[in-house]
Design a binder for this molecule. Structure first.
Ligand code: PBG
Ligand code: ZN
Length: 324
């Protein structure tokens, strides 16, 4: 049956009809807000390249988290910015480290909030790489040991989900083993399984002070043209015991989200990264696009492609626009 009997416009004529036939909906429950925590007290400093994003000290982060909760967001992803860095990223798994203290304080104030932590070394190493370096290259197996120790320290602090973002081989299995060996078998792993060597991380590296001091991350993050390889990474992480898989960045990699949705039964997360966020904010500031609509459209596209969880710096503002 086709035109004139079939008229696709029939069910688009009013907002009521459009709501009735809407196939995908964004919910507050889908959204995860990344948060940056810095040393000091009374700190709430804006990130210049990410309008609307701040770096908080632990005391103010707790207040921020209340606001996040009031907006209906029930999950956050924490990134720590330590005061001191060294070659092995000692601050990353320190018992009194910045993220560990932040997790403890947040959990004390908001026990029902799901606290995810980014597990990586780049923010803590003086060279800015996601692992330990030997002979000018990131050395996989010693890095994996460090990552397992970091994940364990986050679990000890009270994290609900640990999220390794380093892209070392074998880290999910090592983290699972470390957690299980220390009575943290109930702590879940969200693996940044398909993480690409992307230009879209630029603003984040300013916020997290995590840019590599030499070279780049192409020796461990995925090459953007590679789809089969990304699916292999996801399959491996699943087999190593990941509880959920992430694709990152989000919008440029919707094909992978759709592929992963068909292939895997695990919860899938997508990370709308800093560059994706900042591009929309920058264009909106210039009056070139309607920033609110572009942001909402981006997130619904990510959901439509198959994401269950969407990590976004816009989580709170988008939540505020969602219809009840
Ligand atoms: C570090 C890490 C990065 C992001 C999350 N964890 C950047 C990188 O690989 O340099 C990117 C987040 C963003 O751009 O918003 N492992
Ligand atoms: Zn890293």
């Amino acid at each position: 049956m086709s035109y004139p009997t079939t008229r696709m416009r029939r069910l688009r004529g009013s907002e009521t009809l459009r709501r009735l036939v809407r196939e995908t909906r964004l919910s507050r429950d889908d959204l995860v807000l990344p948060l940056f925590v810095v040393e000091g007290s009374g700190v709430r400093e804006p990130v210049a390249s990410m309008p609307g994003v701040f770096r908080h000290s632990v005391d103010l982060l707790v207040a921020e988290v209340k606001r996040v909760r009031d907006a209906g967001i029930s999950a956050v992803l924490l990134f720590g910015i330590p005061e001191a860095k060294d070659a092995r990223g000692s601050g990353a798994d320190a018992a009194g480290g910045i993220v560990q203290r932040a997790v403890e304080s947040i959990k004390a104030a908001e026990p029902d909030l799901c606290v995810m932590t980014d597990v990586c070394l780049c923010g803590y190493t003086d060279h800015g790489h996601c692992g330990v370096v030997a002979d000018g290259d990131v050395d996989n197996d010693p890095s994996v040991e460090r990552l397992a120790a970091i994940a364990l320290s986050h679990a000890r602090a009270g994290a609900d989900i640990v999220a390794p973002s380093d892209m070392m081989d074998g880290r999910v299995a090592a983290i699972r083993a470390a957690l299980d060996a220390h009575d943290f078998s109930s702590i879940a792993i969200l693996s940044y399984a398909a993480k690409f060597a992307s230009a879209y991380y630029g603003p984040f590296r300013e916020a997290a002070e995590s840019a590599p001091k030499f070279g780049d991350r192409r020796g461990y993050q995925l090459d953007p043209p590679n789809r089969r390889e990304a699916l292999r990474e996801m399959r491996l992480d699943l087999e190593e015991g990941a509880d959920a898989l992430m694709v990152k960045p989000a919008l440029p990699y919707l094909d992978l989200l759709a592929d992963a949705r068909r292939e895997f039964a695990l919860p899938l997360a997508a990370y709308q990264v800093s560059g994706e966020y900042s591009m929309i904010k920058a264009a909106a500031e210039r009056g070139w696009i309607d920033g609110d609509r572009a942001m909402d459209e981006s997130l619904i596209a990510v959901k439509r492609a198959g994401a269950d969880w969407i990590v976004s710096y816009a989580a709170v503002e988008v939540a505020g626009r969602l219809k009840p």
